[in-house]
Design a protein around this ligand. Structure first.
Ligand SMILES: Cc1cc2nc3c(=O)[nH]c(=O)nc-3n(C[C@H](O)[C@H](O)[C@H](O)COP(=O)(O)O)c2cc1C
Length: 246
């Protein structure tokens, strides 16, 4: 295994950070890696907002549902889906942009945002930093938009808390590889058995880290997925002109 693959496969989210600054040139290296990732039609519909200000991080931690590690991280980067720049390109050419009103536009923006964050994560972890993505910023996306002065056609996707790790959390096991890799076509056979097996693995893992109250994968996931846990996302998308009606 080469070093890049070792870094990727050694990933675990970090929520305890040292009080050690992450220098600007390192933040720039991480974000240049994010910007180097592939993107749909080279439309480059992603931007990153770097937050180091203590008060703004504290406000963001509150808006994300009281996630203290957001405020404690020396740097918090919000990845936004950004069709503002492409809209300027449309205006420059006397055309009307409509892609942001479609489900395709939202998928493209969200997918490219995830790819960019993936590049940032690999870069950060390869430099010895720890990270945790924060989807909790979509709990109150309207407030996040105000806090970051996001213009129309821009929507906050996910934050990334970054800092030097204060502990090395235990790597979280994944579902059996057989549930992830499907040969030629999608195979439903064997999934229920694999989930049962993974639930047992997760029960052992959670016990080891003192979080047995979380149950296992299927109890935890289904408990969350029985609700639309961030109901403000859809109305706020529409406020930002992402109508999703085409
Ligand atoms: C898009 C996304 C959103 C996430 N949101 C949060 C979050 O709001 N708070 C948090 O503590 N962890 C969050 N996580 C981290 C996941 O809980 C974590 O990646 C998952 O449990 C797997 O654990 P691991 O990263 O340690 O392997 C998020 C991860 C992703 C990819």
């Amino acid at each position: 295994m080469n070093e890049t693959i070792k870094t990727i496969q050694n990933h675990r989210s970090i929520r305890n950070f040292l009080q050690r600054e992450v220098e600007d040139f390192i933040i720039d290296t991480i974000l240049q890696s994010a910007q180097s990732m592939p993107n749909s039609i080279n439309g480059q519909q992603v931007s990153a907002i770097v937050i180091k200000d203590k008060e703004r991080k504290e406000k963001m931690a509150d808006l994300a549902g009281g996630q203290s590690w957001v405020a404690a991280a020396p740097v918090f980067i919000v990845f936004v889906m950004d069709f503002y720049k492409s809209n300027l390109a449309a205006k420059k050419n006397g055309l009307t942009q409509v892609i942001h009103e479609s489900a395709e536009g939202t998928l493209v923006g969200a997918f490219d945002g995830g790819l960019a964050m993936g590049g940032a994560i690999v870069a950060a972890e390869s430099l010895g930093l720890g990270i945790v993505p924060i989807g909790g910023i979509r709990k109150n996306p309207d407030e996040v938009i105000k806090l970051l002065d996001l213009p129309q056609y821009v929507f906050p996707l996910v934050g990334l808390a970054i800092g030097y790790p204060a502990d090395e959390s235990k790597k979280k096991p994944r579902l059996p590889f057989s549930t992830f890799k499907h040969e030629e076509v999608y195979h439903t056979q064997g999934l229920e058995t694999a989930i049962k097996q993974y639930d047992e693995t997760m029960e052992g893992y959670l016990k080891e880290i003192g979080r047995e109250a979380e149950g296992n994968w299927s109890t935890y996931t289904s408990g969350i997925y029985q609700y639309v846990y961030f109901p403000k996302v859809y109305p706020t998308l529409k406020d930002q002109m992402f109508k999703n009606d085409k």
